[in-house]
Design a binder for this molecule. Structure first.
Ligand code: FPP
Length: 225
């Protein structure tokens, strides 16, 4: 079975660069190519939702140079992918607290969401300045401000950044680390977890296919028998 929603913690760009005696940022640049290959592979397999952890609320701890490089890379990626998204029916989406991102990047995100908003192929969501705890706290603040009553579960889920998105069927993490690192903690309640030692810049079609094969062999019971 092809998962409806694949979420990925893209890890190992720095180690990939280090192994090759390259600066860390080269690892991120190679990581952007892996993103292109992964989007393509998911689209070909008929995956409807792909969510990528591109910048966490904790990534601000990195050097200014690396952070600026990542934002500039993201901007170039979005500009470069616009045509491909329109051609292939890819709907673009973003989760996270976008208010802290550079204005030009936010503008690009807003514009891309608008022009791809009616497409119904793959929905590609980038998690940017995203952290689950931050998302949950922001949701609670929204609910308190609205003096919520009625269906609390529905109201809470609608206050999350992932409103309208299905929960991930599988969460993949590259580079051998085995943790969720503040990614989709509420939404991951019944997600299958898949860890691979492959570093993110080496990721592509084969790796995605392997993960999907492993997912297909699993017996999901959602707490039942
Ligand atoms: C983790 O590797 C990766 C990131 C923190 C950033 C993810 C960014 C990309 C994959 C490139 C750009 C993204 C898009 C969507 C175009 P790391 O730096 O933590 O690696 P390390 O653990 O080996 O140091």
């Amino acid at each position: 079975m092809i998962p409806r929603h694949i979420a990925i913690i893209m890890d190992g760009n720095g180690r990939w660069a280090k192994e090759k005696k390259l600066p860390r940022v080269k690892g991120h640049a190679a990581g952007a190519e892996a993103v292109r290959r992964t989007v393509e592979a998911c689209r070909e397999m008929g995956v409807k939702w792909l969510t990528l952890y591109a910048f966490s609320t904790e990534n601000w701890k990195r050097s200014k140079t690396e952070i600026n490089f990542l934002f500039s890379l993201l901007g170039k990626f979005l500009a470069g992918e616009e045509k491909n998204m329109l051609k292939n029916g890819i709907r673009f989406n973003a989760i996270g607290d976008l208010s802290a991102l550079p204005e030009a990047l936010v503008k690009k995100i807003t514009a891309l969401k608008k022009i791809t908003g009616e497409l119904d192929g793959l929905t590609l969501t980038l998690a940017l300045n995203y952290g689950s705890r931050d998302e949950i706290i922001r949701a609670v603040k929204k609910l308190l401000a609205a003096r919520l009553s009625g269906d609390v579960e529905k109201a809470f889920e609608d206050a999350l950044d992932t409103k309208g998105m299905p929960d991930p069927d599988i969460i993949i993490r590259s580079s051998g680390e085995m943790r969720l690192s503040n990614f989709l903690l509420y939404q991951a309640a019944y997600s299958e977890l898949y860890f691979t030692g492959t570093l993110w810049p080496d990721f592509g079609k084969d790796e995605i296919q392997k993960a999907v094969k492993s997912y297909s062999a699993r017996n999901r019971r959602f707490g039942g028998y």
